[in-house]
Design a protein around this ligand. Sequence first.
Ligand code: NAP
Length: 316
Amino acid sequence: MPKAMRDVVLRGLEDRFTVHKPYESADPQAAMNAIAGSVRGLAVSGLKVDGAFLDQFPNLEIVSSFGVGYDNVDAAACAARGIMVSNTPDVLTDEVADTAIGLLIMTVRELPAAERWLREGKWAGQGAYPLTRATLKGRTLGIVGLGRIGKAIAARAEAFGLTVHYHGRNKQQDVAYPYHATLKGMAEAVDTLMLVAPGGEETRHLVNAGILAALGPQGVLINIGRGTVVDEAALIDALSKGIIHGAGLDVFENEPNVPAALIALPNAVLLPHVGSASVATRDAMGQLVADNLVSWFETGKAVTPVAETAGITRRS
Ligand code: NAP
């Protein structure tokens, strides 16, 4: 365990494995170097795992990663070395979908600013908070990445009376929502974009100035997926010039650093990456990190392998 993780992960591992915690040492890299040759499994959270990192561990069999997004792990490099990669899907889906809908309503109805109005004494001093120019009613929601979380968001959005469209690399046969082969086409057809696609090079800056212009002045952008999917400089420009109406963001390009220009914008609602951040859900994710390691070494199969390494089996 190169970096400290939730107690539930340690509890799931310590009675079955020798768990090395180099982060407890005064010189973590030296502690890591001393044990690297014997390491067969890694439990990681947000740690950058690339080819050079993997080269330290000649006997590594599995990287068990905390979180459903694993853009921090070079899964192709792991696959090339015959190393299994697992993530923690499903157990966080409802929590993240709830957060996404909360963030959407906060943004459209300006709830954080309205709450500040009360706390700052303006309700009693100046009167009612100004009426919001936007409403959730009648909105058309375009989901970018209609996967596990995207579908859970779609179900909630339908209950709120929204019309749902989606964009992804593939049209899904078992889904009736209108499909858009291009993001530009969808941005022109909807007034609300919900980003819930993975990070990584393939989705980098998918949402750029052209997409924001296509979304238009009534447009609301919500990003619950990964910060790298949005060109943040283009978004700041679009928000400050009224090219779109507002944005709600749970994720950022360079976390935990959020540009001052974004923080200064009144039409942006900003959350510190809390999509899955309840004790219950983070514990369920931690348990799955441990379960993947236990299953791999007991049965030769991971519980939740990522797509790139799904075909890998244990060598010994
Ligand atoms: P998932 O089931 O794998 O769904 C991902 C969806 O994205 C799929 O429908 C996929 O459809 C689409 N997609 C993949 N590449 C794409 C591309 N290049 N362009 C457009 N669409 C693309 O994953 P999930 O469990 O729903 O999680 C989705 C993401 O949410 C994670 O990867 C993570 O980054 C993010 N997340 C954020 C938080 C948070 O705290 N804010 C928490 C959990 C997850 P196609 O294959 O058809 O393209």
